[in-house]
Design a protein around this ligand. Structure first.
Ligand code: GMT
Length: 377
């Protein structure tokens, strides 16, 4: 198949999923065309079957906001025609599903009917998409997609609750490529560069936005380190970084918290991590939790959204109510203070992550593409 993929080519979870999906499809022999504003970060285009078409936005002084939607729709039309694309898969509804709908209508004028698959990722439905400013356009573009998927059952429920949806919504979970994980050996894991042998290492990886509740991460760690000698690694960049830094200073744990900034070396960091913290306000799936589990790291998380579909309470880690830092710290200490228990949870987290292996998820997207190409739904 010739597949067009539209996504945010940044560090966000939806961009990571779209990129990994494209790479896996290309490895299976499909021609995959990324149509995005920049080259997706995890993509190496010196690979067979992968193509990149950059969406340029022409600046003009009259524009207060640059019309990215228009530029994307035009690029989609051009790419579908030029590369004979069979299907367009758009990740994150805003504005991708809307731009794809426009492209579809333009293509109809020249006798091409391109099916659109829209994958909803989370905040395009919850925090942002359901805001009255965007809701009518988001609802319209979901209803006019040929197929719609969500990354968890919880997000499907949110979509049906918040919008008037007339389409069938299919859940296709996010996934992990264990082959890539396996290429990582423990000898590469330089734990002693970050902590002494008697210290445990906790980690949090995110874009440090308020929705991730990074201050809760610091508060949990503050309680944990009173009981267990430990270090905290914070990976990512975002608006709450400074607040987190200040709170760490205020609580007197600044010297035990390492801010690593944005990193392409998540696997390297996870291999030396004992426990992953994800106390988010809302989380449709929690790809970061799955990545941690796939690297043998149990997860202490909130029980919001789709997190309970990924992190199994008492098996792969523990879940608590949003904001309940006492409970999260209690669970973290429970795991960290008993070496045998921690080992058991590490093993269980790794095993449980296998239900989300790329081998089991990829065929679901492929059969969805085949269905929409054949039937238009
Ligand atoms: O919240 C983020 O980290 C970014 C956001 C995105 O769309 O890039 O993530 C959402 O999509 C991820 C991939 O499907 C999910 O794993 C995240 O749970 C989801 N984030 C939220 O729902 C807040």
């Amino acid at each position: 198949m010739n597949i067009g993929i539209v996504c945010y080519p940044t560090y966000g979870g939806s961009g990571v999923v779209a990129t990994e999906l494209g790479i896996a499809l290309a490895q299976k022999g499909h021609q995959v065309h990324f149509i995005t504003s920049h080259q997706p970060v995890k993509l190496n285009f010196l690979t067979h079957n992968l193509h990149f078409h950059e969406v340029f936005v022409e600046n003009y002084p009259l524009f207060h906001y640059q019309p990215y939607n228009l530029a994307l729709s035009s690029k989609l039309v051009e790419s579908v025609e030029k590369y004979d694309l069979d299907v367009l898969h758009v990740h994150y509804a805003i504005p991708h599903a809307y731009a794809a709908y426009m492209a579809k209508q333009m293509l109809k004028d020249i006798g091409i009917d391109i099916p659109i698959v829209t994958t909803l990722h989370g905040t395009d439905i919850t925090l942002v998409g359901s805001h009255p400013v965007y809701k009518p356009a988001v609802e319209f573009s979901i209803n006019h997609s040929d197929a719609v998927t969500t990354v968890s059952n919880s997000l499907k429920e949110d979509t049906l609750r918040l919008f008037n949806i007339r389409k069938n919504v299919e859940v296709i979970y996010n996934f992990i490529d264990f082959e890539k994980q396996a290429s990582w050996s423990d000898e590469q894991c330089m734990r002693d560069t970050l902590a002494s042998s008697d210290e445990k290492i906790l980690a949090h990886v995110s874009n440090l936005r308020p929705v991730k509740r990074v201050l809760d991460v610091i508060r949990i760690f503050h309680k944990v380190q009173k009981e267990i000698p430990s270090k905290l690694i914070l990976v990512g960049d975002g608006p709450d970084k400074e607040k987190a830094d200040l709170l760490a200073k205020e609580l007197g744990v600044k010297d035990k918290v390492l801010f690593l900034g944005k990193s392409d070396e998540i696997r390297k960091i996870l291999c030396l991590t004992d426990l992953f913290l994800l106390p988010s306000e809302t989380e449709s799936f929690g790809l970061a939790a799955l990545e941690a589990m796939a690297a043998h790291t149990p997860v202490i998380s909130s029980n919001t959204g789709g997190l309970s579909e990924v992190n199994e309470h008492g098996v792969t880690g523990f879940l608590s109510d949003v904001g309940d830092v006492d409970d999260m710290a209690k669970n973290a200490i429970f795991l960290l203070r008993d070496a045998e228990r921690l080992e058991k949870f590490k093993k269980q987290a790794f095993e449980s992550a296998h239900q989300f292996s790329i081998e089991s998820i990829l065929p679901k997207y492929v059969s969805m593409y085949e269905r929409v190409i054949k039937n238009g739904f």
